[in-house]
Design a protein around this ligand. Structure first.
Ligand SMILES: *Cc1c(COP(=O)(O)O)cnc(C)c1O
Length: 422
């Protein structure tokens, strides 16, 4: 059966505008607050603070900038203020989610720290609390954990918190992908000692770019606001006692964010419907959807993902930059499905390639539930469970087109194409 490609490309997740964005951008222009100061910034910060339930939120140029300043704040609290030219985590190990976007991890390196990657759990595709416990056995000196909620699905944040409390460690919570998702009725981003969200173009709502630091105290918010605007002291001239950054959000971008914020719940409802339609449409295939803890968490369903059962995987060999597979009736692999949906002008994406598999971080430690994952990659532990869960999900999983402007009819075509791969 030949399926005609969509005339207009269906993206993985693209911006969805509603009109108010333009109104607030125009307001910035008309009032000449074309700067990193203005009503849009104040309003966007106020609304996010209220939504998350934090003390304050600081609008920044990106989620990555927010992570950098959150991690710097944690580093200085733990280890003191570094000399200029040195990071706050110089020579320190930091535990970090392994299967995530590299923006979660890079700020640890910006501050001179060494990321120790913690393996993923099959239940939520997030940091495995048991592997985290193992990591504290091996590196009891570690005092900071950076944890992400992947694809909008909350991780087991209570368990992670109690392990961290036991070891006196702080948490930086990367809720870039999970804005609006809840865990035990509370918003993600509120659980860490420091939290962040992102307004990158493909997130659940967007500013075209931008992010926010979510503060637990006025002091933290004040410090991040100050650092993000070149760390000026209160003086008649440019007086500097600390290292500064140019990380503040523009009032024009904040206009987009302000216009988008009222539509967060609507976007989540649309994304949930997409997830459920895939789940129903693909239920007879040897696949599962990205899982979540339906007792304790409500994801924002940012991306719908698929995991192919082990026995239904055709041969697929991935090098550093290319891939080969052998198609087989009844079986498939992520590459075959991604190619098939690309052919009808729809966009999917491989799962985030785990950080411990990335050339840039090849020397960093990687901890699985059974200990040193570098020594055990690809091996099976006693219970028959896979030791390196992140690598396994990367090999068998993929992100499906999850754009909230996709119609049910279009999604049904995508579902048919996926079925034809098996
Ligand atoms: C998008 C993203 C970030 C970074 O946000 P930017 O606004 O793009 O800098 C950080 N962590 C995760 C998990 C993300 O998906």
């Amino acid at each position: 059966m030949e399926i005609k490609p969509f005339e207009k490309k269906i993206y993985l997740s693209s911006p969805t505008m509603h009109g108010d964005e333009l109104k607030y951008m125009q307001e910035a222009y008309d009032t000449n607050w074309m700067s990193t100061v203005g009503a849009n910034i104040n309003e966007a910060e106020r609304i996010v603070t209220e939504k998350i339930g934090c003390k304050d939120a600081v609008a920044l140029s990106s989620g990555t900038a927010a992570l950098h300043l959150a991690i710097k704040l944690a580093g200085e609290r733990l280890y003191g203020i570094p000399k200029v030219g040195h990071g706050s985590l110089e020579g320190k190990k930091v535990f970090c989610s392994d299967m995530t976007f590299d923006a979660t991890v890079n700020p640890i390196a910006y501050e001179g720290g060494e990321a120790v990657f913690i393996d993923t759990e099959a239940d939520t595709w997030n940091m495995n609390p048991k592997a985290l416990e193992k990591a504290f056995e091996i590196y009891p000196e570690v005092k900071l954990v950076v944890v992400a909620h992947l694809y909008g699905t909350p991780g087991k944040i209570d368990e992670i918190r109690s392990i961290c409390d036991k070891h006196g460690a702080l948490i930086v919570e990367d809720a870039a992908e999970s804005f609006g998702a809840t865990y035990k009725g509370k918003q993600t981003g509120i659980f860490g000692d420091y939290g962040i969200i992102s307004f990158n173009g493909n997130k659940i709502i967007t500013g075209s770019s931008g992010g926010m630091f979510l503060a637990k105290s006025e002091e933290d918010a004040h410090k991040v606001r100050k650092w993000s605007t070149q760390a000026r002291e209160d003086a008649p001239w440019y007086q500097h006692e600390e290292l500064g950054f140019n990380y503040r959000m523009s009032n024009v971008i904040a206009g987009v964010v302000r216009g988008q914020l009222p539509y967060l719940e609507e976007h989540i409802a649309q994304k949930r419907a997409i997830y459920e339609r895939y789940k129903e449409g693909l239920k007879d295939l040897p696949v599962t959807m990205n899982p979540f803890d339906d007792k304790n968490s409500v994801p924002n369903f940012w991306l719908s993902c698929l995991l192919i059962n082990k026995e239904a995987m055709c041969k697929q060999v991935r090098g550093e930059k290319d891939v080969l597979y052998v198609t087989e009736p009844g079986k498939s692999c992520p590459t075959e499905i991604l190619e098939a949906i690309a052919k009808i002008n729809a966009e999917g994406r491989p799962i985030w390639k785990p950080m411990h598999m990335q050339p840039i971080y090849r020397m960093n430690p990687f901890i699985t539930v059974s200990g040193n994952g570098r020594a055990r990659s690809n091996a099976y532990i006693n219970e028959g469970a896979i030791a390196d869960v992140g690598m396994d999900i990367f090999e068998r999983g993929l992100c499906l087109p999850s754009d909230n402007k996709m119609t049910p009819d279009q999604q049904d075509v995508i579902i048919e194409v996926i079925k034809s791969c098996f």
